[in-house]
Design a protein around this ligand. Sequence first.
Ligand SMILES: C[S@@+](CC[C@H](N)C(=O)[O-])C[C@H]1O[C@@H](n2cnc3c(N)ncnc32)[C@H](O)[C@@H]1O
Length: 303
Amino acid sequence: MKKVRSPLFYVGDKYKIISQIKEKIPQNINTFYDVFAGGGSASMGVNAYRHKMNDIDTNIVSLHRYLMEQVKDLDAFIEHMYDLIHYYKLTCSALNELPKNFLEVKKAYPKTYYAKLNKEGYLQLRNDYNSDQSNIDLLYLLLVYGFNHMTRFNRAGMFNLPVGNVDWNKNVESALRNYAEYANNNNVSVCNYDFEKFVLNQKIEANDFLYFDPPYLITFSEYNKMWDNNTENRLYNLLDILDEKGAKWGLSNVLTHKGKTNQILADWIENKNYNVYSIKSNYISKFDNTIKDDTKEVFITNS
Ligand SMILES: C[S@@+](CC[C@H](N)C(=O)[O-])C[C@H]1O[C@@H](n2cnc3c(N)ncnc32)[C@H](O)[C@@H]1O
């Protein structure tokens, strides 16, 4: 199966393991609920009559809603991005546009040359976005040129990630094309609620499927800051309630990682009779790119 990556290049996205997940879920899904949608790679990889994405992160939801509108005319959107790239004097590998000093900078900074070349323009872009955060086009460009393609805001609500070592390249355009194909040909909506509120507000029917990909309690990423024992327990409680109601669901998680065990998950698994599958691990921390052999990634289903 073709691996389809979201143009949000989301930390923890599921595009590499979606084929393993698809083997374990029903084939004919009416509504696919992507309860912790993040970049949307899971939804993009699963066929269903309708997709309902949800995420608590308002900026991620704004980016999805913005991109879904824009990719209705993808070429016009890419042209608009090129205009912004030129305005901020950023490099653009997709257009083969590299500055005169490219080779010189590449030689001096073999691992960080894009970051060096784009730093000034990126900081101007970041200032402009922070002075008017309704410009989601600028937020998307920040995500493309920013550190690890992430979004991060300080307490005052200002976007504060440094420049990354990437630019607008062919991968960005091919991810946008995949996203356009998905968004333009499917019935997709995006909500912005806490997972429990989102799920309890839905009318779940027999052929629906709910996919849960929460932050993992024992790993690290920006969005893990919103996750603790309380949210973890709320989630398992909700999954049990859904099971009692006959709703079908699947849960991705990490059971062990770097010598740590998610004991709440381990106890829940032991007490219930759900199906627990091992997943060939996707997990590589962006902050420590050593792949640890002890990472046990699982997919759990109730049907
Ligand atoms: C592991 S990521 C999901 C990645 C996604 N499956 C993908 O392929 O890109 C977990 C997501 O849960 C979201 N999240 C954290 N707490 C949440 C909550 N209480 N309710 C809903 N979403 C939440 C985060 O914003 C983050 O996007």
